[in-house]
Design a binder for this molecule. Structure first.
Ligand SMILES: [Zn+2]
Length: 548
């Protein structure tokens, strides 16, 4: 059994037990039950077929057991609210529940029990988790004013991106969309990787963009003023900032100059380009757009590749350079830290941005893409390349190679198989990667892989997968290009590729090129039906269409 299954999945990320000086309730618990294991040692405690493993597993299993019991204490109506509140605090003392998680919990235990738990917690000793639950309860009951108060109260106890996200949601429910976007902007500048904040910012920016197109008269924030005299100026500024690719362009220009005047880096870059050209059979002097784009992609990869086998890259050298401006040094460090190589599936081509899901890891970002980068793209297109944040706003790198969904699946499978192979060479700490890779391979093989429905992947695995795409880039690009050239051959060109939307479902089911996509649609439908508690009629639909 994969280790992640042993933690109570309904509680999301397994809470790490760390003793804190803040929670005084901790001290009333027997010491023996508070056995603490640092997070990085956990994989050692996974089941391993060797002598003595039984004893090594013990603390880990106890921890799982205890966590399960706490999860039950929160939910069991027979358990007093006082005890449930303490259990809630223990479950989330290390990592707060996300707003989605909190909302699901409120739904799960019912508003009455949530209220009882919140009441005792607020009366006795408020903890970040219980106050956050109070905010989730208020939001569920359509009371954003109380939710705002609660989030601010929780923020006095701890500053956490999930609290900023809750505040943004509460502001949005109040109608104060501009303030919500500002809150998300702050949160994402500090941690560009909070997916829920990315997705919510996308939704809210789209709303601001629609107001720009069709101006409301009364300000939606409820101030009673005209929109023009109230939130419009800030909204315009937030949209302009999101759409402004100039800082990233300026950074690129500055890095090019930096590399030119640093002989070691110049040589490194030259070698990287030569190897790239050899591997992809490109002419180094070719001036056509296609080759230029591929060389840019190579340069971009070279910027974040280890220069001497250690931690040094062109971008880390640049950000440490005395002549670099502090803003550009910061941007270079941010890009270098968060750069995300992958197969990016376009979920929504919206305005002002694009919602993307990375095909291998299922991570999502809401990114800005310039009009020339969006040309020819459609929903479900997959882009092989790099996205990265600048001041918390995600943007694509220079070169992106478009891949059709069926080939993206093949490429993803190669990445995941390689990840498994690499992880097997390591020690038992890499077992998590092996388990994850086996799971994804299985789903991909069975054509059941849905990146946007996949279980949340730990950040360590995400980072590994992204690095592997960077390592494998030349061969992935070669394969993607080979596939593209085949698809654009003379026979294929004679018959225009139909748009899925124009086909009936039955027609689509009969076409090989849409079978994968149909599977996705059916699974989304199943997922939706299940989450709304409706009878799953998808089985009937499958039979009707002749799809297994
Ligand atoms: Zn306003």
């Amino acid at each position: 059994m994969p280790p992640r299954k042993t933690s109570p999945s309904e509680e999301g990320p397994k809470p790490r037990r760390r003793r804190t000086t803040a929670g005084s309730k901790e001290q009333t618990r027997p010491e023996s039950r508070r056995t603490t294991k640092p997070a990085k040692e956990e994989p050692e405690a996974q089941p391993q077929p060797r002598q003595g493993s039984q004893r090594r597993e013990q603390p880990f299993l106890e921890l799982v057991d205890e966590t399960m019991r706490d999860a039950i204490r929160v939910r069991d109506p027979q358990i007093a609210p006082e005890e449930a509140a303490a259990a809630l605090h223990r479950l989330f003392e290390w990592q707060l529940p996300s707003p989605e998680h909190g909302a699901a919990l409120v739904k799960d235990i019912g508003p009455a029990r949530a209220q009882a738990i919140v009441d005792v917690a607020l009366r006795d000793e408020p903890t970040p988790a219980t106050v956050a639950l109070a905010a989730d309860l208020a939001l569920a009951e359509g009371d954003p004013d109380t939710a705002v108060d609660r989030v601010l109260q929780a923020r006095d106890l701890v500053d956490h991106p999930y609290l900023r996200l809750r505040l943004a949601r509460s502001r949005e429910q109040q109608g104060r969309v501009v303030e919500a976007v500002e809150e998300l902007r702050d949160a994402l500048q500090r941690d560009p990787g909070v997916e829920e904040a990315q997705v919510l910012r996308g939704e809210l920016l789209a709303r601001l963009a629609s107001w720009q197109a069709r101006e409301p008269f009364d300000c939606p924030c409820g101030s009673g003023q005209a929109y023009r005299a109230c939130c419009q100026a800030t909204a315009t500024q937030l949209l302009a900032e999101f759409r402004d690719g100039a800082p990233l362009q300026a950074l690129r220009a500055a890095v090019v100059v930096f590399v030119e005047r640093t002989p070691e880096l110049h040589d490194f870059m030259e070698n990287a380009l030569r190897e790239w050209a050899a591997e992809l059979e490109l002419d180094l002097d070719a001036g056509d757009d296609d080759s230029q784009g591929l060389f840019q992609l190579s340069a971009e990869r070279a910027w974040t590749t280890a220069v001497d086998g250690g931690e040094r890259t062109i971008l880390t050298d640049f950000s440490a350079d005395k002549e670099a401006s502090p803003e550009q040094a910061k941007m270079a460090a941010e890009w270098g830290r968060w750069k995300a190589w992958g197969l990016w599936q376009i979920d929504e081509l919206g305005e002002p941005g694009v919602l993307l899901t990375e095909y291998v890891t299922g991570t999502r970002v809401y990114a800005h893409m310039a009009p020339e980068q969006r040309r020819g793209l459609r929903r479900w297109s997959v882009l092989l390349g790099c996205f990265g944040p600048v001041n918390g706003i995600w943007r694509p790198g220079w070169g992106l190679v478009e891949v059709d969904p069926a080939h993206a699946r093949t490429l993803a499978l190669r990445v995941v198989r390689f990840a498994e192979w690499v992880a097997r060479q390591g020690d038992s700490r890499h077992q998590l990667v092996v388990d994850w890779a086996q799971h994804v391979c299985h789903e991909l093989d069975e054509r059941r892989w849905l990146p946007d429905r996949a279980e949340r992947v730990p950040r360590g695995i995400v980072k590994t997968a992204r690095n592997l795409v960077s390592v494998m880039l030349a061969s992935l690009v070669g394969e993607a290009r080979g596939a593209t050239q085949l698809a654009q051959g003379p026979e294929a060109a004679d018959e225009p590729v139909p748009v899925l939307d124009d086909l009936t479902l039955r027609q689509a089911a009969g076409r090989q090129e849409y079978a994968d996509r149909l599977e996705v649609v059916l699974r989304e439908l199943e997922h939706h039906r299940a989450s709304t508690g409706q009878k799953p009629a998808v089985g009937d639909l499958r039979r009707e269409l002749g799809v297994p």
